[in-house]
Design a protein around this ligand. Structure first.
Ligand SMILES: *Cc1c(COP(=O)(O)O)cnc(C)c1O
Length: 410
């Protein structure tokens, strides 16, 4: 397999500057940044006219399909700073039986390095940290982000300290440790972990890698939108169901679609964006329904879908803005519906989803039932991590090879 990361050309990116997502204030590229002066996420901007002139769409199409295919609209300045564990283009898989429509495709992000789409965000953020001379990173996580950070930081020789809620799935805690980070279980939720990380960052002990508190994870997650456009022949699907925690992926895809239109690679049509949350932690749904621009913290957050158990998101207004502009909605689904969707998809279509992926299927089914989506519409559901990281129902049947076996009964 050819990896785009094995590039020799010195110039990769067409980045020009960064911009506050709230005020539009300009910040220099090639410098270390956290949040903007008003405490909001920074967005990376590119010279898209120059990209348009230099890179015909056909040139992109001719490249190997991994994430670095999109390097001109990604922030890494020098190809020597690119890091890779093999970030493949993830497949779109039909699940006709459990979705009840042949037009529903699952984008299976569980096939990425470290088994989740957090690899997209973290490969970019870590490459940029390396480029900008960071030597120690700390991050709060519900599991998958910490695992991806651990893997890429270790690969670059950067120290990583990861804080997770003490009820984070055991496999996540162990994979973080195994991949070379120092991981601590905290008696609280992800934002409680984030407060400790922020304290250390303020004391200058490490660089804060919390969701959206550094500008480059969005750029990595944006590749989901770029990939979808290419996979759909430069005509986007009608609707996207995205399991929303911090919302990086949803915000990133929305940004990607704008950039693709400015490049002239897609038209003005956009998918309806559905932000899916678990009803046990649904701050974005509550704010969407109340017509608010920001979401208040969700108290006593609880759900089987740990990856979307985020009581308060710093990019809340960006999620809500994208959902509203797209004509989509924020939808809540209960844990029983999530688990049923995971079970159905595995048993009927042979595809094992993670609970957060199950949440998108549950939300789609509900949207189909209420007429929010039509059976004929082309829909993408995000399965953001491998189902193998999660507990499965027991399977205890056994055979005694020394006894008589009723083969017809097997
Ligand atoms: C992080 C995560 C999410 C939420 O992604 P955001 O882009 O941060 O909203 C969903 N599912 C899984 C499995 C995750 O790890």
């Amino acid at each position: 397999m050819t990896i785009n990361a094995n590039l020799t050309a010195e110039r990769a990116t067409f980045v020009t500057h960064l911009e506050c997502s709230m005020t539009g204030e300009r910040y220099d590229a090639d410098q270390l940044h956290g949040l903007s002066r008003v405490g909001r996420p920074l967005l990376v901007r590119y010279d898209l006219d120059a990209v348009k002139a230099a890179i015909p769409k056909a040139m992109i199409a001719a490249r190997p399909t991994d994430l670095w295919r999109w390097r001109e609209v990604l922030p890494v300045r020098h190809t020597r700073d690119i890091v890779s564990l093999g970030e493949i283009e993830t497949p779109l898989i039909a699940i006709p039986r459990s979705a009840g429509s042949p037009n529903v495709l699952v984008k299976d992000e569980g096939r990425l390095p470290t088994g989740s789409f957090k690899a997209r965000g973290l490969v970019m953020a870590v490459a940029m940290a390396k480029e900008l001379g960071v030597t120690r990173i700390a991050m709060p996580t519900n599991g998958n982000a910490g695992a991806a950070l651990a893997a890429y930081a270790t690969r670059c020789g950067i120290e990583a300290i990861v804080l997770c809620p003490d009820d984070t799935p055991e496999i996540n805690v162990r994979e973080i440790a195994q991949q070379g980070a120092r991981v601590y279980r905290v008696n609280g939720l992800i934002d409680d972990c984030g407060a400790i990380v922020a304290r250390g960052a303020a004391e200058g002990r490490w660089f804060d890698f919390s969701t959206l508190k550094e500008p480059y994870r969005i750029e990595g997650k944006k590749t989901m939108g770029l990939e979808l456009a290419a996979q759909f022949g430069w005509k986007l699907p009608n609707a996207i169901f995205y399991p929303t925690g911090g919302g990086t992926g949803l915000i990133g895809m929305w940004k990607a679609f704008d950039e693709l239109e400015q490049l002239g690679w897609i038209g003005p049509e956009r998918p309806r964006m559905y932000a899916v949350q678990a009803s046990g932690c649904a701050p974005i749904v509550r704010a969407f329904e109340a017509g608010e621009e920001h979401a208040e913290r969700w108290e006593d957050a609880a759900t089987v879908a740990a990856g979307i158990r985020v009581p308060k998101a710093v990019g809340d207004f960006l999620i809500l803005r994208a959902v509203r502009e797209s004509g989509g909605k924020a939808l809540g689904v209960g844990d029983p519906a999530i688990l049923k969707a995971v079970d159905d998809c595995a048993r009927k279509d042979g595809l094992l989803l993670c609970p957060e992926g199950g949440a998108t299927l549950a939300a789609y089914r509900e949207a189909l039932r209420t007429g929010e989506v039509d059976e004929d519409e082309r829909v993408v559901l995000f399965n953001c991590a491998t189902g193998l990281k999660h507990p499965m129902p027991p399977a205890d049947a056994a055979l005694d090879r020394f006894a008589e076996i009723d083969l017809g009964a097997l």
